[in-house]
Design a protein around this ligand. Structure first.
Ligand code: DAH
Length: 346
Protein backbone atom coordinates (compact mmCIF):
# COMPACT_ATOMS: atom_id res chain seq x y z
CA UNK A 1 0.00 0.00 0.00
CA UNK A 2 2.77 2.46 0.83
CA UNK A 3 4.39 1.52 -2.40
CA UNK A 4 1.29 2.57 -4.32
CA UNK A 5 0.95 5.81 -2.40
CA UNK A 6 4.55 6.56 -3.32
CA UNK A 7 3.79 5.81 -7.00
CA UNK A 8 0.80 8.20 -6.93
CA UNK A 9 3.06 10.98 -5.66
CA UNK A 10 5.67 10.18 -8.31
CA UNK A 11 3.08 10.33 -11.07
CA UNK A 12 1.88 13.73 -9.90
CA UNK A 13 5.45 15.07 -9.96
CA UNK A 14 6.04 13.49 -13.35
CA UNK A 15 2.83 15.09 -14.65
CA UNK A 16 3.76 18.53 -13.34
CA UNK A 17 7.19 18.27 -14.91
CA UNK A 18 5.80 17.22 -18.30
CA UNK A 19 2.98 19.82 -18.19
CA UNK A 20 5.57 22.62 -18.06
CA UNK A 21 6.84 21.73 -21.52
CA UNK A 22 3.52 21.60 -23.33
CA UNK A 23 3.55 24.18 -26.12
CA UNK A 24 0.95 22.96 -28.60
CA UNK A 25 -2.44 21.26 -28.72
CA UNK A 26 -0.67 18.15 -30.06
CA UNK A 27 1.67 17.95 -27.11
CA UNK A 28 -1.26 18.47 -24.79
CA UNK A 29 -3.09 15.53 -26.36
CA UNK A 30 0.02 13.34 -25.99
CA UNK A 31 0.19 14.22 -22.32
CA UNK A 32 -3.49 13.41 -21.84
CA UNK A 33 -3.06 9.98 -23.46
CA UNK A 34 0.07 9.31 -21.44
CA UNK A 35 -1.73 9.82 -18.12
CA UNK A 36 -5.42 9.25 -18.76
CA UNK A 37 -5.31 6.90 -21.79
CA UNK A 38 -7.85 4.06 -21.31
CA UNK A 39 -5.48 1.23 -22.14
CA UNK A 40 -1.99 2.24 -21.26
CA UNK A 41 -2.41 5.47 -19.32
CA UNK A 42 -0.56 5.67 -16.00
CA UNK A 43 -3.80 6.10 -14.11
CA UNK A 44 -5.37 3.03 -15.69
CA UNK A 45 -2.33 1.06 -14.55
CA UNK A 46 -2.72 2.42 -11.01
CA UNK A 47 -6.36 1.42 -10.97
CA UNK A 48 -5.42 -2.04 -12.21
CA UNK A 49 -3.01 -2.49 -9.32
CA UNK A 50 -5.86 -1.89 -6.82
CA UNK A 51 -6.61 -5.57 -7.35
CA UNK A 52 -3.54 -6.50 -5.31
CA UNK A 53 -4.75 -4.57 -2.27
CA UNK A 54 -6.91 -5.80 0.56
CA UNK A 55 -10.61 -4.80 0.51
CA UNK A 56 -9.96 -2.30 3.35
CA UNK A 57 -7.10 -0.59 1.58
CA UNK A 58 -8.81 -0.29 -1.82
CA UNK A 59 -11.21 2.61 -1.11
CA UNK A 60 -8.38 4.63 0.47
CA UNK A 61 -6.03 4.32 -2.46
CA UNK A 62 -8.95 4.52 -4.90
CA UNK A 63 -9.78 7.92 -3.47
CA UNK A 64 -6.18 9.12 -3.87
CA UNK A 65 -6.11 7.92 -7.48
CA UNK A 66 -9.37 9.71 -8.14
CA UNK A 67 -8.00 12.92 -6.72
CA UNK A 68 -4.95 12.67 -8.93
CA UNK A 69 -7.25 12.11 -11.89
CA UNK A 70 -9.30 15.20 -11.03
CA UNK A 71 -6.11 17.20 -10.58
CA UNK A 72 -4.71 16.09 -13.94
CA UNK A 73 -8.04 16.69 -15.71
CA UNK A 74 -8.35 20.23 -14.39
CA UNK A 75 -4.70 21.04 -15.16
CA UNK A 76 -5.11 19.74 -18.72
CA UNK A 77 -8.15 21.98 -19.16
CA UNK A 78 -6.24 24.95 -17.79
CA UNK A 79 -3.35 24.37 -20.20
CA UNK A 80 -5.84 24.01 -23.03
CA UNK A 81 -7.35 27.42 -22.20
CA UNK A 82 -3.92 29.03 -22.05
CA UNK A 83 -2.93 27.63 -25.43
CA UNK A 84 -6.19 28.89 -26.98
CA UNK A 85 -5.59 32.38 -25.55
CA UNK A 86 -2.08 32.31 -26.92
CA UNK A 87 -3.17 31.51 -30.50
CA UNK A 88 -5.74 34.29 -30.37
CA UNK A 89 -2.93 36.73 -29.61
CA UNK A 90 -0.66 35.72 -32.49
CA UNK A 91 -2.53 36.49 -35.70
CA UNK A 92 -2.57 33.54 -37.99
CA UNK A 93 -1.77 33.90 -41.68
CA UNK A 94 -4.23 32.55 -44.17
CA UNK A 95 -2.04 31.74 -47.14
CA UNK A 96 -5.06 31.10 -49.33
CA UNK A 97 -6.12 34.77 -49.18
CA UNK A 98 -5.43 36.76 -52.37
CA UNK A 99 -2.28 38.91 -52.16
CA UNK A 100 -2.30 42.68 -51.87
CA UNK A 101 -2.11 44.10 -55.37
CA UNK A 102 0.20 47.07 -55.70
CA UNK A 103 -1.22 49.30 -58.42
CA UNK A 104 1.17 49.99 -61.28
CA UNK A 105 1.82 53.55 -62.34
CA UNK A 106 1.55 54.54 -65.99
CA UNK A 107 2.68 57.51 -68.08
CA UNK A 108 0.31 60.48 -68.05
CA UNK A 109 -1.74 60.81 -71.27
CA UNK A 110 -0.06 64.12 -72.10
CA UNK A 111 3.38 62.56 -71.70
CA UNK A 112 2.36 59.70 -73.99
CA UNK A 113 0.96 62.11 -76.54
CA UNK A 114 4.16 64.16 -76.40
CA UNK A 115 6.16 60.99 -77.08
CA UNK A 116 3.96 60.25 -80.06
CA UNK A 117 4.73 63.71 -81.47
CA UNK A 118 8.45 63.24 -80.78
CA UNK A 119 8.40 59.92 -82.63
CA UNK A 120 6.90 61.42 -85.75
CA UNK A 121 9.57 64.12 -85.80
CA UNK A 122 12.38 61.65 -85.03
CA UNK A 123 11.36 59.83 -88.19
CA UNK A 124 11.69 63.09 -90.14
CA UNK A 125 15.24 63.58 -88.86
CA UNK A 126 14.56 66.03 -86.01
CA UNK A 127 16.16 65.80 -82.58
CA UNK A 128 14.65 66.84 -79.23
CA UNK A 129 15.90 69.85 -77.23
CA UNK A 130 15.15 71.18 -73.78
CA UNK A 131 15.32 74.56 -72.08
CA UNK A 132 14.64 76.24 -68.71
CA UNK A 133 11.09 76.90 -67.51
CA UNK A 134 12.22 80.02 -65.67
CA UNK A 135 13.43 82.41 -68.36
CA UNK A 136 14.79 85.89 -68.68
CA UNK A 137 12.89 88.64 -70.45
CA UNK A 138 15.64 88.58 -73.08
CA UNK A 139 15.04 84.99 -74.24
CA UNK A 140 11.28 84.95 -73.81
CA UNK A 141 10.70 88.27 -75.60
CA UNK A 142 13.53 90.51 -76.64
CA UNK A 143 15.68 88.13 -78.67
CA UNK A 144 12.47 86.95 -80.32
CA UNK A 145 12.00 90.46 -81.66
CA UNK A 146 9.47 91.76 -79.16
CA UNK A 147 10.73 95.29 -78.45
CA UNK A 148 10.34 96.45 -74.83
CA UNK A 149 6.80 97.76 -74.22
CA UNK A 150 5.66 96.50 -77.61
CA UNK A 151 1.91 95.75 -77.51
CA UNK A 152 2.49 92.26 -78.96
CA UNK A 153 3.70 91.27 -75.49
CA UNK A 154 0.15 91.67 -74.25
CA UNK A 155 -0.84 88.54 -76.16
CA UNK A 156 1.27 86.52 -73.75
CA UNK A 157 -0.07 86.98 -70.22
CA UNK A 158 3.17 86.68 -68.38
CA UNK A 159 3.77 85.42 -64.84
CA UNK A 160 6.83 87.25 -63.44
CA UNK A 161 8.98 86.05 -60.55
CA UNK A 162 8.21 88.21 -57.53
CA UNK A 163 10.82 90.91 -56.92
CA UNK A 164 12.66 90.12 -60.20
CA UNK A 165 11.22 91.91 -63.24
CA UNK A 166 13.87 90.32 -65.46
CA UNK A 167 12.80 86.75 -64.56
CA UNK A 168 9.57 85.09 -65.63
CA UNK A 169 7.96 81.72 -66.26
CA UNK A 170 8.33 81.16 -69.99
CA UNK A 171 5.10 81.90 -71.82
CA UNK A 172 6.05 79.74 -74.80
CA UNK A 173 8.75 77.29 -75.89
CA UNK A 174 10.12 79.79 -78.45
CA UNK A 175 12.97 81.04 -76.17
CA UNK A 176 14.62 77.65 -76.61
CA UNK A 177 14.98 78.49 -80.33
CA UNK A 178 17.32 81.31 -79.31
CA UNK A 179 19.24 79.13 -76.86
CA UNK A 180 19.66 76.40 -79.48
CA UNK A 181 20.88 78.83 -82.17
CA UNK A 182 23.35 80.41 -79.72
CA UNK A 183 24.79 77.00 -78.90
CA UNK A 184 25.39 75.76 -82.41
CA UNK A 185 25.44 76.71 -86.04
CA UNK A 186 23.16 75.46 -88.85
CA UNK A 187 22.07 72.99 -90.02
CA UNK A 188 19.58 72.91 -87.15
CA UNK A 189 16.55 70.64 -87.12
CA UNK A 190 14.97 70.35 -83.68
CA UNK A 191 11.73 70.16 -81.77
CA UNK A 192 11.34 71.47 -78.22
CA UNK A 193 8.49 70.06 -76.13
CA UNK A 194 7.91 71.50 -72.67
CA UNK A 195 5.78 73.25 -70.07
CA UNK A 196 4.75 76.86 -70.48
CA UNK A 197 2.91 79.22 -68.14
CA UNK A 198 0.39 82.03 -68.57
CA UNK A 199 -1.67 84.14 -66.24
CA UNK A 200 -4.97 82.48 -67.08
CA UNK A 201 -8.00 81.50 -65.06
CA UNK A 202 -8.60 77.81 -65.73
CA UNK A 203 -11.59 77.09 -67.97
CA UNK A 204 -12.33 74.32 -70.48
CA UNK A 205 -9.81 75.69 -73.01
CA UNK A 206 -7.30 77.61 -70.84
CA UNK A 207 -4.86 76.61 -68.13
CA UNK A 208 -2.13 78.56 -66.31
CA UNK A 209 0.26 75.69 -67.14
CA UNK A 210 0.19 73.66 -70.32
CA UNK A 211 2.54 72.04 -72.83
CA UNK A 212 3.79 73.25 -76.18
CA UNK A 213 6.02 71.80 -78.82
CA UNK A 214 8.24 74.14 -80.77
CA UNK A 215 9.95 73.31 -84.05
CA UNK A 216 12.96 74.99 -85.67
CA UNK A 217 14.79 74.31 -88.91
CA UNK A 218 17.67 76.52 -90.06
CA UNK A 219 19.86 75.77 -93.05
CA UNK A 220 20.91 77.08 -96.43
CA UNK A 221 17.96 77.46 -98.81
CA UNK A 222 15.06 76.72 -96.42
CA UNK A 223 11.79 78.04 -97.90
CA UNK A 224 8.13 78.25 -97.00
CA UNK A 225 7.62 75.09 -99.08
CA UNK A 226 9.76 73.15 -96.55
CA UNK A 227 7.62 74.54 -93.75
CA UNK A 228 4.43 73.56 -95.51
CA UNK A 229 5.59 70.07 -96.45
CA UNK A 230 6.94 69.31 -92.97
CA UNK A 231 3.79 70.43 -91.16
CA UNK A 232 1.50 68.69 -93.63
CA UNK A 233 3.20 65.32 -93.20
CA UNK A 234 3.33 65.79 -89.44
CA UNK A 235 -0.38 66.66 -89.13
CA UNK A 236 -1.47 63.83 -91.44
CA UNK A 237 0.55 61.35 -89.37
CA UNK A 238 -0.88 62.70 -86.10
CA UNK A 239 -4.53 62.97 -87.13
CA UNK A 240 -5.29 61.15 -90.36
CA UNK A 241 -4.27 61.13 -94.01
CA UNK A 242 -7.72 62.41 -94.84
CA UNK A 243 -7.74 65.75 -92.97
CA UNK A 244 -7.76 69.00 -94.91
CA UNK A 245 -5.08 71.52 -93.98
CA UNK A 246 -5.05 75.27 -94.60
CA UNK A 247 -2.52 78.03 -93.96
CA UNK A 248 -3.84 81.49 -93.02
CA UNK A 249 -1.67 84.62 -92.94
CA UNK A 250 -0.97 85.77 -89.38
CA UNK A 251 1.53 87.72 -87.32
CA UNK A 252 4.25 86.77 -84.85
CA UNK A 253 7.15 89.11 -84.02
CA UNK A 254 9.71 86.34 -84.56
CA UNK A 255 8.54 85.09 -87.98
CA UNK A 256 8.02 86.81 -91.32
CA UNK A 257 5.86 85.84 -93.07
CA UNK A 258 3.75 84.14 -90.38
CA UNK A 259 0.87 81.75 -90.67
CA UNK A 260 -1.68 79.97 -88.59
CA UNK A 261 -2.48 76.42 -89.57
CA UNK A 262 -5.97 74.96 -89.39
CA UNK A 263 -7.17 71.41 -89.96
CA UNK A 264 -10.67 70.30 -90.92
CA UNK A 265 -12.76 69.65 -87.80
CA UNK A 266 -12.09 66.11 -86.57
CA UNK A 267 -15.38 66.01 -84.68
CA UNK A 268 -18.06 67.11 -87.17
CA UNK A 269 -15.94 66.86 -90.36
CA UNK A 270 -17.30 70.27 -91.30
CA UNK A 271 -20.85 69.04 -91.46
CA UNK A 272 -22.40 70.34 -88.24
CA UNK A 273 -23.21 74.05 -88.20
CA UNK A 274 -23.72 73.79 -84.41
CA UNK A 275 -20.48 71.84 -83.71
CA UNK A 276 -19.11 72.88 -80.31
CA UNK A 277 -15.52 72.14 -81.27
CA UNK A 278 -15.21 74.20 -84.49
CA UNK A 279 -18.26 76.37 -83.79
CA UNK A 280 -19.66 75.42 -87.16
CA UNK A 281 -16.71 76.82 -89.13
CA UNK A 282 -15.47 73.34 -90.09
CA UNK A 283 -11.88 74.29 -89.12
CA UNK A 284 -9.82 74.10 -85.96
CA UNK A 285 -6.70 76.15 -85.37
CA UNK A 286 -3.79 73.85 -84.59
CA UNK A 287 -0.52 75.76 -84.74
CA UNK A 288 1.39 78.94 -85.43
CA UNK A 289 4.33 79.01 -87.82
CA UNK A 290 6.45 81.11 -90.11
CA UNK A 291 9.84 81.86 -91.63
CA UNK A 292 12.34 82.86 -88.92
CA UNK A 293 12.58 86.68 -88.99
CA UNK A 294 16.03 87.80 -90.27
CA UNK A 295 16.31 90.00 -87.16
CA UNK A 296 16.06 86.89 -84.94
CA UNK A 297 18.88 85.24 -86.90
CA UNK A 298 20.99 88.39 -86.47
CA UNK A 299 20.33 88.33 -82.72
CA UNK A 300 22.14 84.98 -82.53
CA UNK A 301 24.86 85.85 -85.04
CA UNK A 302 23.57 83.71 -87.87
CA UNK A 303 23.95 85.47 -91.22
CA UNK A 304 20.42 85.92 -92.71
CA UNK A 305 21.96 86.48 -96.15
CA UNK A 306 23.30 82.94 -96.05
CA UNK A 307 20.80 81.03 -93.94
CA UNK A 308 17.06 80.93 -93.61
CA UNK A 309 14.73 78.91 -91.43
CA UNK A 310 11.22 78.09 -90.41
CA UNK A 311 9.64 77.66 -87.00
CA UNK A 312 6.35 76.52 -85.56
CA UNK A 313 4.63 76.14 -82.21
CA UNK A 314 1.74 73.94 -81.19
CA UNK A 315 -0.19 73.42 -77.94
CA UNK A 316 0.17 69.77 -76.89
CA UNK A 317 -2.79 69.65 -74.48
CA UNK A 318 -5.00 71.56 -76.88
CA UNK A 319 -4.16 69.20 -79.74
CA UNK A 320 -4.67 66.15 -77.48
CA UNK A 321 -8.20 67.45 -76.84
CA UNK A 322 -8.98 67.21 -80.55
CA UNK A 323 -7.31 63.84 -81.02
CA UNK A 324 -9.04 62.22 -78.01
CA UNK A 325 -12.18 64.39 -78.29
CA UNK A 326 -12.00 65.75 -74.77
CA UNK A 327 -14.12 68.80 -74.10
CA UNK A 328 -12.41 70.15 -70.97
CA UNK A 329 -8.64 70.59 -70.81
CA UNK A 330 -8.74 70.63 -67.01
CA UNK A 331 -9.57 66.89 -67.02
CA UNK A 332 -5.91 66.18 -67.81
CA UNK A 333 -4.76 67.65 -64.51
CA UNK A 334 -7.47 66.68 -62.04
CA UNK A 335 -5.82 63.29 -61.39
CA UNK A 336 -9.09 61.44 -61.56
CA UNK A 337 -7.98 57.84 -62.14
CA UNK A 338 -11.24 57.03 -63.92
CA UNK A 339 -10.28 59.62 -66.55
CA UNK A 340 -6.58 58.75 -66.72
CA UNK A 341 -7.12 54.97 -66.97
CA UNK A 342 -8.97 55.39 -70.25
CA UNK A 343 -5.66 56.15 -71.93
CA UNK A 344 -3.85 53.05 -70.69
CA UNK A 345 -4.47 50.94 -73.77
CA UNK A 346 -3.98 53.61 -76.37
N1 DAH B 1 5.17 80.94 -79.55
C1 DAH B 1 3.87 81.03 -80.18
C2 DAH B 1 2.79 81.01 -79.14
O1 DAH B 1 3.04 80.69 -78.03
C3 DAH B 1 3.65 79.90 -81.14
C4 DAH B 1 4.54 80.01 -82.34
C5 DAH B 1 4.12 80.68 -83.46
C6 DAH B 1 5.79 79.46 -82.33
C7 DAH B 1 4.89 80.81 -84.57
C8 DAH B 1 6.61 79.56 -83.45
C9 DAH B 1 6.15 80.24 -84.57
O2 DAH B 1 7.83 79.06 -83.50
O3 DAH B 1 6.94 80.35 -85.65
O4 DAH B 1 1.66 81.30 -79.44
Amino acid sequence: MEELQEKIKQYQLKFDEAAKNVKSPNELQELRVQFLGRKRGYLTKLIDSLRDLSPEERPLIGKEINELKKYITSRLEEINQNLAAETRKTPRIDITLPGKTIPLGAPHPIVKFQEEIENIFYQMGFSVEDGPEIETDYYNFEALNFPPHHPARDDWDTIYIEGRDDLLLRTHTSPVQIRAMEKRKPPIRIIIPGRVFRKETPDPTHLPMFFQVEGLVVDVGITFAHLKGTLESFLRRLFSERIKIRFRPSFFPFTEPSAEVDISCTVCLGEDKECRVCRGSGWIEILGAGMVDPQVLKNVNIDPEKYSGFAFGMGIDRTAMFVYQISDMRSFYENDLRFLRQFLKQ
